[in-house]
Design a protein around this ligand. Structure first.
Ligand SMILES: Nc1ncnc2c1ncn2[C@@H]1O[C@H](COP(=O)(O)OP(=O)(O)OP(=O)(O)O)[C@@H](O)[C@H]1O
Ligand SMILES: [Mg+2]
Length: 473
């Protein structure tokens, strides 16, 4: 509040801040009254409490006389007086209560008056009074009074204007008066002049310099903001391009991944068909031929029927060799593609394979399967069988397990395959770094038939491979 500007009412001054303590020099009583009327009018119109202390040296006015003189310039005066917005007090009442001049009491009177004004809802208070009379009656007191006012007024919603008649105030007194006020104005024969003290001039100069510095700083700041904004714009632009490139690269990557997947599927189908063909050829062609060889050899042995022990032994060895060859052909062709898979379905083929696995590895194997198995396409059967095969191969190669449990069950329209071993286990995250193909192949095969695939394993806690396929019956 104290920082806001107020109307001074005096043309040469315009607006002044709260806390202004200034003086005016006047030549004639008309000059004085003109200023006082303008000064109070501005205060009264802007919600300020006005205090007029009658204390001029040249002519002692009574309160009534002062009011009637002011009334000529301020027609609403009586309304203001009636509403107690303007108060006119005599010098005796204000400065010499009970005939005593007491600076402390005077200061308290100012303070109390301001407090009351604020309590009554005024924005602040403006005061006008004469000071020159003190020079005649109390030597040195004018200086003390002005100094006290100067200290008191700081930060208060208060404006004080002190009057000094020009013919009365001369030489040193004039300097003292100027020194004790922030600035002075003079009204001489109807004309205005403004006197500024060196402190005020200096303050104004500093203010001007500060304003200039501030403007410069502002300009610099604006320039910096503009530069930063441009940099930011450039960065955003760059980021936009980066994001677009990144998106394009991602799309390309997804596209190539899909192509690789399709190619893998295609290759696996070809491989599967090729294995079926080779298995069949081995079984039908070589197997047939070996059987013919065996029959021929039998016939020859009977025809020759030699008692020669060496010939008999040769024939026996030959027959054993042919039997072994027949078994090898069967084994190889079954491993390439167990005919049970095509003939008897997935569960039977797995059963057969698990038996072979147990015989070969001595790992205790258990197979748990649902009584009724769903009808599955050749593609799904092959994928399940190959995953199961690879999982068992891994158990044999890496797990050092003593038992393996396989389940093939149907639950809530899902077919669930799991291969669990009680072996050493491993860290699937680290296994990925090895760039091997077994686990990856299982994952791809599951993805190709739309199944969910998972490997759960922990060092020392065995491994479980599971595949979950939604089925619609
Ligand atoms: N059942 C398991 N028990 C213990 N470790 C396993 C098991 N299965 C896989 N691992 C570990 O995970 C690694 C990756 O398996 P993955 O089948 O991909 O590769 P691989 O069997 O070493 O080689 P290949 O590509 O011929 O299959 C294995 O090298 C092994 O360390
Ligand atoms: Mg493997």
């Amino acid at each position: 509040m104290t920082g806001s500007l107020r109307k001074s009412g005096i043309e040469v001054l315009g607006d002044i801040p709260w806390g202004t303590h200034f003086c005016q020099f006047y030549e004639t009583p008309q000059d004085l009254l003109y200023t006082e009327a303008a000064f109070f009018k501005a205060g009264l119109q802007h919600n300020e409490y006005c205090l007029w202390i009658l204390s001029e040296t040249n002519k002692e006015l009574t309160v009534e006389e002062a009011a009637s003189t002011l009334r000529k310039l301020l027609p609403d005066l009586d309304d203001y007086l009636a509403a107690d917005k303007l108060e006119i007090v005599s010098r005796e009442e204000w400065f010499l209560k009970e005939g005593i001049y007491d600076l402390k009491a005077i200061a308290e009177r100012f303070s109390e008056k301001l407090k009351q004004a604020l309590l009554r809802g005024f924005d602040g208070m403006r005061v006008n009074g004469g000071g020159a009379w003190l020079l005649d009656h109390f030597e040195g007191e004018l200086h003390k009074l002005e100094k006290k006012i100067d200290q008191f007024i700081v930060g208060q919603p208060l404006i004080i204007l002190c009057n000094f008649p020009l013919p009365h105030i001369l030489g040193n007194d004039m300097f003292d008066v100027m020194h004790n006020h922030q600035f002075g104005i003079a009204r001489r024969y109807g004309k205005w002049e403004v006197f500024e003290t060196p402190e005020l001039l200096q303050a104004k100069a500093s203010l001007k310099k500060m304003n200039e510095d501030l403007e410069q700083l502002n300009n610099k700041l604006e320039q910096r903001v503009a530069e930063r904004t441009q940099q930011l714009d450039e960065a955003v632009q760059y980021l936009k391009i980066e994001i677009t490139d990144h998106k394009k690269a991602e799309e390309l990557l997804t596209e190539s991944y899909q192509q690789i997947r399709a190619l893998t599927e295609h290759l696996q189908n070809i491989r599967e068909e090729e294995q079926i063909r080779i298995a069949r050829e081995l079984h039908d062609e070589i197997g047939q031929q070996l059987t013919v060889l065996k029959l021929n050899a039998d016939w020859l042995r009977e025809e020759i029927d030699s008692p020669d022990k060496t010939i008999q032994k040769k024939f026996k060895d030959h027959m054993a060799m042919v039997d072994t060859a027949i078994q090898s052909v069967r084994k190889i062709s079954t491993e390439l593609r167990p005919s049970a898979l095509d003939d008897m379905g997935l569960a039977a083929a797995m059963d057969w394979h698990l038996n072979e696995f147990e015989k070969r590895t001595n790992i205790q194997s258990y197979f748990l399967k649902s009584e009724k198995q769903p009808e599955l396409s050749a593609k799904v059967q092959t994928a399940f069988f190959r995953i199961f095969q690879e999982a068992l191969t891994n158990v044999a190669r890496h797990a050092r397990a003593s038992e393996v449990k396989v389940t093939l069950t149907q639950k809530n329209s899902h077919l669930h395959l799991s291969i669990h071993d009680n072996g050493a286990g491993f860290d699937p995250q680290k296994a990925k770094e090895k760039r091997t193909l077994g686990l990856l192949g299982m994952k791809e095969r599951a993805a190709m038939i739309g199944a969910n695939y998972q490997v759960q394993s922990k060092s020392g806690e065995g491994t479980t491979v599971s595949v979950l396929l939604p089925i619609h019956e």
